[in-house]
Ligand binder design. Structure first.
Ligand SMILES: NC(=O)c1ccc[n+]([C@@H]2O[C@H](COP(=O)([O-])OP(=O)(O)OC[C@H]3O[C@@H](n4cnc5c(N)ncnc54)[C@H](OP(=O)(O)O)[C@@H]3O)[C@@H](O)[C@H]2O)c1
Length: 414
């Protein structure tokens, strides 16, 4: 049950509302939430917050207008003061610098929480520190509710659940394909990449291979690579698939956390569950160029000197891709779940949203907050802890749809 009976001044606070993604998130709240919402936009700059509040009033003059809360995240008393006054907090701040302060305050004050933080090694630290307390006290922290890795996680769960519903089958594999993506980063995202790269370069030891279950409460079975050559795979339903998909490892780690949480809760998707992500390509030649592009980008991103050069051409923190242009870059992806023991039994879940990646992040942050505030019906009887978007389950699917995205779910026996 949501903590609706508890009296707190606000239903929702958006912390980091003055940032590039924060503004889009506040706009999404103003546009889609009920008119009686009690909410606030919070940040350290009064001027920026006042400008945003004026803009939000224009979006829905008859809607609920937010109050303004001044919070410097380096001052824990200020963070405590605002977090303890709200039922749900969306945090869309610079995570690597000040993100944990908000997580800690939300756990301390039993405030449900949503973020877009998806970097697995970063999340691992938070899970180790806060999961147990949040779980035992029923405080839900929904992480990675963003373009990376919200839709991927939700679709994987929805396809696997459909397979169970239609055939009573466990899932052997979810294949996720990105058919349309908009990878241009905001200044805040690029700054986070620079920090990640310089940390890796500082830790001079040998680089360990990525552990797909780094944030799962239990390990899964071994992943068997299926692609060969140009790392192109062919599926009868999905066509040609290139393994050179930018965020596949992060998304895989988040999906495996969902899988692990549900296995532990006895509502598992199957003991042999695998998640593999690809970008759709029209031909092997396109796959070859995809590989070249991926190699060039990852080489550039793995060196702090080239990143410093790239920074000259990137948006500064607080800004990002032109929102009018991104509004014409739709996001589309599809998850295909294949039954364990019967390849002919298949279920799909697809997602499309017309307005680009950062609007998708705003949608996932705001609707995850709505799900916690108005329903809080978590999958697997889970009550709290460091969780993933899919743990919000069917309620989240319905809310994402109602806010303008298309999610289609179906199954077939070939
Ligand atoms: N996983 C995904 O798909 C995804 C998608 C989008 C964003 N993200 C992540 O989300 C974060 C935000 O991204 P963004 O592009 O929106 O960044 P941004 O524009 O730089 O915004 C950062 C926000 O944090 C606030 N902030 C930073 N330090 C603060 C402090 N000491 N006190 C109060 N507020 C503080 C900033 O306030 P000021 O305005 O006062 O500077 C601003 O509101 C980044 O870490 C990014 O990597 C992830």
């Amino acid at each position: 049950m949501a903590r609706s009976a508890e009296s707190r001044k606000y239903d929702l606070v958006v912390l980091g509302a003055t940032g590039y993604t924060g503004k889009l998130t506040a706009q999404s709240v103003a546009k889609n939430f009920p008119g009686d919402l009690k909410w606030a936009i919070a940040g350290r700059s009064k001027t920026k917050l006042q400008e945003l509040a004026a803009e939000l009033r224009g979006i829905r003059p008859d809607g609920s207008h937010p109050e303004i809360e001044i919070v410097d995240l380096e001052q824990t008393d200020q963070v405590d003061a605002v977090v303890q006054q709200t039922k749900v907090c969306i945090s869309i701040v610079t995570y690597w610098r000040v993100g944990e302060i908000v997580v800690e305050a939300c756990v301390k004050h039993k405030t449900d929480y949503v973020d877009a933080a998806g970097e697995p090694s970063h999340l691992k630290g938070w899970i180790e520190k806060y999961h147990e307390k949040a779980e035992s006290e029923g405080t839900a922290l929904i992480h990675a509710s963003s373009m990376y890795s919200g839709p991927q996680d939700l679709l994987s769960w929805a396809a696997a659940r459909e397979l169970k519903r239609a055939f009573g089958a466990d899932t052997k594999e979810v294949i996720l394909t990105n058919t349309k993506l908009d990878p241009n980063p905001s200044g805040g995202t690029f700054e986070g990449m620079m920090v990640g790269t310089s940390k890796k370069q500082e830790s001079k030891g040998p680089v360990a291979p990525p552990n797909p279950w780094i944030v799962s409460p239990i390990p899964g079975t071994a992943v068997h690579p299926q692609a060969t050559g140009l790392l192109i795979r062919e599926d009868p339903d999905l066509g040609l698939l290139s393994e050179y998909s930018m965020a596949r490892l992060q998304n895989q780690a988040i999906v495996y956390r969902t899988w692990g949480l549900l296995q532990v809760a006895n509502e598992g998707l199957g003991p042999n569950f695998q998640y593999n992500e690809y970008d759709s390509v029209g031909s092997k030649v396109e796959g070859f160029f995809k590989m070249l592009e991926f190699r060039i980008i990852t080489t550039l991103l793995s060196n702090i000197l080239t990143l410093r050069l790239l920074k000259l051409f990137m948006p500064a923190p607080g800004s990002g891709p032109d929102v009018r242009k991104t509004a014409t870059h739709p996001i589309e992806m599809q998850a295909l779940a294949i039954a364990d023991g019967n390849d002919a039994q298949r279920a799909t879940a697809s997602f499309s949203f017309p307005s680009g990646s950062y609007h998708t992040t705003a949608l996932f942050l705001s609707q995850a907050a709505a799900s916690l505030l108005y329903s809080k019906s978590l999958e697997g009887g889970i009550k709290g802890g460091c969780l993933t978007p899919a743990i919000l389950g069917e309620d989240f699917v319905q809310r994402i749809r109602a806010a303008g995205a298309v999610i289609e779910i179906s199954s077939k026996q070939k």
